[in-house]
Write a protein that binds this ligand. Structure first.
Ligand code: AMP
Length: 204
């Protein structure tokens, strides 16, 4: 099964993509993670775009994605980000369902401003919403020192939300026949239960 998860940054689509990928045993591909872990000659270029909250040029992004995609089933998280990417993807691979996780801009700003990450083990926290670390600034799992993502600054957050409305939202219309829309302002567990239910119903 090939799925796309769409949602403004902070919607929790990455969290849900991880849960669904485990439950359905399909690969989770986060383009943000692919880009953050990129090594070699492209690193400097990619970092420049990411750190200022801009999108990576389409050609480069598509090249990186296709190297990581396989035919056995996947969840795309963070791709496509605009219509051009969506059309390029459609010309290569069949998409079964597109899941939009919806939250308001106010909620997105609140969540992103408090987002913290453990650079050692990859665990995610939130100092404003949840989950909060037990000890402020320290990872519960490995005692690593928590950091903010470079693109979670006020300016970059604003830019990313603007880009989402302008560039990414039009793909929801493009995929309207395959769309499952979920309210992202519920608990993580409620959302994943609902999502699994909807997926089973849609694909039965
Ligand atoms: P994310 O972790 O999904 O919020 O992505 C972080 C950053 O990676 C974005 O702000 C972009 O700079 C870059 N990025 C991720 N996915 C894409 C994509 N599909 N196209 C272009 N840039 C992307």
């Amino acid at each position: 099964m090939n799925l796309i998860f769409i949602g403004v940054q902070g919607s929790g689509k990455g969290t849900q993509a991880k849960i669904i990928s485990r439950k359905l045993n399909i690969k989770h591909i986060s383009t943000g993670d692919l880009l953050r872990n990129i090594k070699g000659r492209l690193k400097e270029k990619v970092d420049r775009y990411m750190n200022s909250g801009q999108l990576i040029p389409d050609e480069l992004m598509i090249e990186i994605l296709l190297e990581n995609i396989n035919e056995k089933g996947f969840i795309l998280d963070g791709f496509p980000r605009n219509l051009k990417q969506a059309k390029q993807l459609d010309s290569k691979i069949k998409i079964d369902k597109v899941i939009e996780i919806h939250i308001s801009d106010e909620e997105a700003i609140k969540r992103l401003s408090g987002r913290l990450l453990c650079p050692k083990c990859g665990a995610g926290y939130n100092s404003i919403t949840s989950p909060k670390p037990k000890k402020e600034g320290i990872c519960d799992n490995c005692q690593g020192k928590l950091v903010q993502r470079k693109d979670d600054t006020k300016e970059a957050i604003k830019k990313r939300i603007e880009t989402y409305h302008k560039e990414t939202e039009p793909i929801i219309e493009h995929y309207k026949n395959k769309l499952i829309r979920i309210d992202g302002e519920k608990t993580i567990e409620k959302i994943s239960t609902r999502l699994l239910q909807e997926l089973h119903e849609a694909l039965d």
